[in-house]
Design a protein around this ligand. Structure first.
Ligand code: PBG
Length: 327
């Protein structure tokens, strides 16, 4: 009789036939940065995650590096008074986010530092593109994104990650980076980014929710799968070095689809709302964090993600080393 259970009999056998592995190499840790000093401000809708000022962030990053976690994506929380319609602060000479990147890379040259390119953290309208009479202008947004990207490359970011979903932005950014001499700076494109209800805690962290309307004219419809493939083909053609699917858990089919149709590495963003759901259930004692969290990350990787952006990166690294985790 054929008995699949033979291959599950002992821990050693299960280890031998295990198909999916995750190491800290596969994880990217998202961090929120604020200007100032001495700030470590917990995000209420994402417990265990903070808005950090740089002086507090650096020791945190050092701890992560000691755990083997080397890849970070940093998002700026910009004070309202620095926001305007055209996101000029995003490339301002005294921008604290760009300044922080310089210090970060100087202190941790062996880290991977990933940026976020979109207008929303800097926009008084809270949209990823330029707003005119309630419409999001595509082509007029591209030069702003390109300028922001060059400023970030100049500050030392290793990978530029456009999350705005404007058409043609990967090509525009690649061209601008190359023209400025940043031929080694890579682009991680938010390729299939959906207009999702799961970004709430992130928008709380950055105070970046749209002031009017929603993001449905640029972020994708959650009902669509093939459109994700179309976006992937375009981003690849335009010169992306990584393709991202976002969110992750509700879109595992899209991760699998893209993985089968490209030779580029696939990133998946396990977004704030997805992490918040799990945290809430675990804090209520309804789920066991030490079991449910790794199973969750495993499912994203099994679907085809090479790298996962997750707010659980540090907890995963701690768990993998047999250290205590905080939930
Ligand atoms: C900004 C951006 C968002 C996220 C990453 N970059 C929010 C949005 O598009 O509204 C969401 C990440 C998360 O929820 O963890 N363009």
């Amino acid at each position: 009789m054929t008995r699949p259970r033979r291959n599950r009999r002992t821990a050693a056998i299960r280890g031998m036939v295990r198909e999916t592995h995750i190491t800290t190499d596969n994880l990217i840790y998202p961090l929120f940065l604020v200007d100032g000093k001495g700030v470590k401000d917990e995000i209420k809708s994402l417990p265990g995650n903070f808005r950090w000022s740089l002086d507090k962030l650096l020791p945190e990053v050092e701890e992560c590096m000691e755990l083997g976690l080397r890849n970070f994506v940093v998002f700026p929380a910009v004070p309202e008074e620095l926001k305007d319609k055209t996101a000029t602060y995003s490339y301002a000479a005294d921008n604290f986010y760009l300044e922080a990147a310089r210090v970060f890379k100087e202190k941790f040259p062996e880290s991977t530092l990933i940026s976020d390119v979109a207008m929303d953290p800097y926009s008084s309208d809270g949209h990823d593109g330029l707003v005119e009479s309630g419409r999001i202008l595509n082509d007029e947004t591209l030069p702003i994104l390109a300028k922001m990207s060059v400023a970030q490359a100049q500050a030392g970011f290793d990978i530029i990650a456009p999350s705005d979903m404007m058409d043609g932005r990967v090509g525009a950014i690649r061209e601008a980076l190359d023209a400025a001499g940043y031929i080694e700076t890579a682009i991680m494109a938010y390729t299939a980014k959906y207009a999702s209800a799961f970004y709430g805690p992130f928008r709380d962290a950055l105070d970046s929710a749209p002031k009017a309307g929603d993001k449905k004219t640029y972020q994708m419809n959650p009902a669509n799968r093939m459109e994700g493939l179309r976006e992937a083909m375009l981003d690849e053609e335009e010169g992306a070095d990584y393709l991202m699917v976002k969110p992750a858990l509700n879109y595992l089919d899209v991760i699998a689809l893209l993985k089968e149709n490209t030779t580029l590495p696939i990133a998946a963003y396990h977004v704030s709302g997805e992490c918040a759901m799990l945290i809430a259930a675990c804090q209520n004692g309804w789920l066991d964090f030490e079991q449910a969290m790794p199973e969750t990350l495993l499912s994203i990787r099994r679907a085809g993600a090479d790298v996962i952006l997750t707010y659980f990166a540090k907890e995963y690294a701690r768990l993998a080393q047999g250290l205590e985790v905080s939930l």
